[in-house]
Design a protein around this ligand. Structure first.
Ligand code: DQA
Length: 148
């Protein structure tokens, strides 16, 4: 069965409390529940994780490569400056695995420092601006791309 790691970077553990006008009122626990349902509908196993720690996130990307797991990644603020994360994410896609970059908000319509993603250039694709639906769309695109 296809295995997908849904990895979330810093401050996303504060969903529901953090700037709800931008990120909504639902929590990371709500995302875990919803992603499990989407995964079972799509026939993929989904493992949702969140960390504020760059090295832990890098380690999870290494784990994805070693376990041949595809990745849905919301790098949060690391999106805009973490070359370590980009290099780890590049190992996923150069291994032939899929990696979809997701964002709840649309960074392109926000402050200028959010306009550049260091991850986008090595990602399979990007979905941004649809709240939790960004994750649902990413999982569904990933599952469809993997169909024989
Ligand atoms: C975010 C957008 C980033 O710019 C920001 O730093 C986040 C969340 C999003 O999901 O919209 O933490 O990745």
């Amino acid at each position: 069965m296809t295995h997908v790691l849904v990895l979330n970077g810093p401050n996303l553990g504060r969903l529901g409390v953090r700037e709800p006008e931008i990120y909504g009122h639902a929590s990371m626990a709500d995302l875990e529940r919803e992603a499990a349902v989407w995964g079972s509908e799509l026939g993929v196993t989904v493992d949702v994780r969140q960390t504020d720690d760059e090295s832990e996130l890098v380690g999870w990307l290494h784990e994805a490569v070693d376990a041949s797991a595809h990745v849905v990644l919301n790098p949060a603020a690391f999106t805009h400056y973490s070359y370590a994360l980009r290099d780890a994410a590049a190992q996923v896609t150069t291994s032939g695995l899929l990696l979809v970059e997701v964002h709840l908000s649309n960074p392109a319509s926000r402050e200028s420092f959010r306009h550049y993603s260091v991850v986008a250039g090595i990602a399979t694709g990007t979905v941004a601006g649809f709240g939790f639906d960004s994750y649902r769309l990413a999982l569904s695109a990933l599952a469809r791309k993997l169909q024989p």
